[in-house]
Design a protein around this ligand. Structure first.
Ligand SMILES: *Cc1c(COP(=O)(O)O)cnc(C)c1O
Length: 237
């Protein structure tokens, strides 16, 4: 049994929040916690909500939309879509989410912009960057980030907030640092160019501390709060 299996969602959430607070003290910044609830039941989300958590991240559109409907009464939950986006799923995302972290091409941005309902606030957007340059990972190429940022910034129903990455899973600390440093640099460049940019979405359960050291403003934490996940069939996306 790992340390995460041993206690309640509430106590694990509070542990993570105190770790973030401590890391922020050293780096004099303020990092937000996005609780990643993919594959977990709505009851787990309610438990985290009752412990004070308001921002939740989901990866699979249909699963997420079902949970959002089920949790409709919790009106101050902020829903973040963080998974890969297929173009036939953009409407559901545009209609149900407050944030999207995983925009990696103009076509997806354009569809989300067109499909965002007029009565809703602008959809907050982070561009996903393929920081480790792996063919298998989603995300836009580093060279294309600024062009995509310009495109998104011109869409009326989207608000460009920043960038997101999922660095390659590696034990090589120098490679991890290099990826985070690169993200930080791109973030600072975008921030200088766009007033709306304030979000550097990086850091998960295994690399949270290092990500905060490199300026993360939003860590996306699943396992450390909700426990290990069963393998998920990607086809259900
Ligand atoms: C699943 C997921 C997370 C959370 O990962 P943990 O290791 O469980 O903390 C964060 N970001 C993205 C994009 C994910 O898909």
């Amino acid at each position: 049994m790992s340390q995460y299996e041993s206690s309640t969602i509430k106590s694990r959430l509070h542990l993570i929040l105190s770790q973030i607070a401590q890391l922020n003290q050293t780096s004099q910044q303020s990092t937000q916690l996005l609780a990643v609830s993919k594959t977990k039941p709505a009851t787990d989300i309610i438990e985290a909500y009752q412990a004070g958590q308001r921002c939740f991240g989901e990866n699979y559109v249909q699963e997420a939309v079902d949970k959002i409907a089920e949790l409709k009464q919790y009106q101050d939950i902020e829903w973040h879509f963080i998974g890969p986006i297929q173009s036939n799923k953009t409407r559901l995302i545009a209609e149900n989410f407050d944030w999207v972290h995983s925009i990696d091409r103009e076509k997806i941005a354009s569809r989300l912009n067109e499909q965002r309902p007029a009565e809703l606030a602008k959809l907050n957007v982070c561009l996903q960057i393929n920081i480790s340059q792996e063919n298998s990972k989603s995300g836009t190429d580093i060279k294309q980030v600024f062009e995509l940022a310009k495109y998104v910034s011109q869409q009326n129903n989207l608000c460009l907030r920043g960038i997101m990455a999922i660095p390659a899973n590696t034990d090589d600390i120098n490679q991890q640092k290099q990826s985070f440093a690169q993200m930080q640099q791109i973030f600072n460049q975008l921030k200088a160019e766009y007033d709306s940019v304030d979000t550097l979405s990086m850091g998960m359960t295994n690399d949270m501390a290092l990500a905060i050291e490199y300026g993360s403003t939003m860590v996306r934490i699943g396992t450390a709060i909700f426990g290990a996940r069963a393998a998920k069939n990607q086809d259900k996306n």
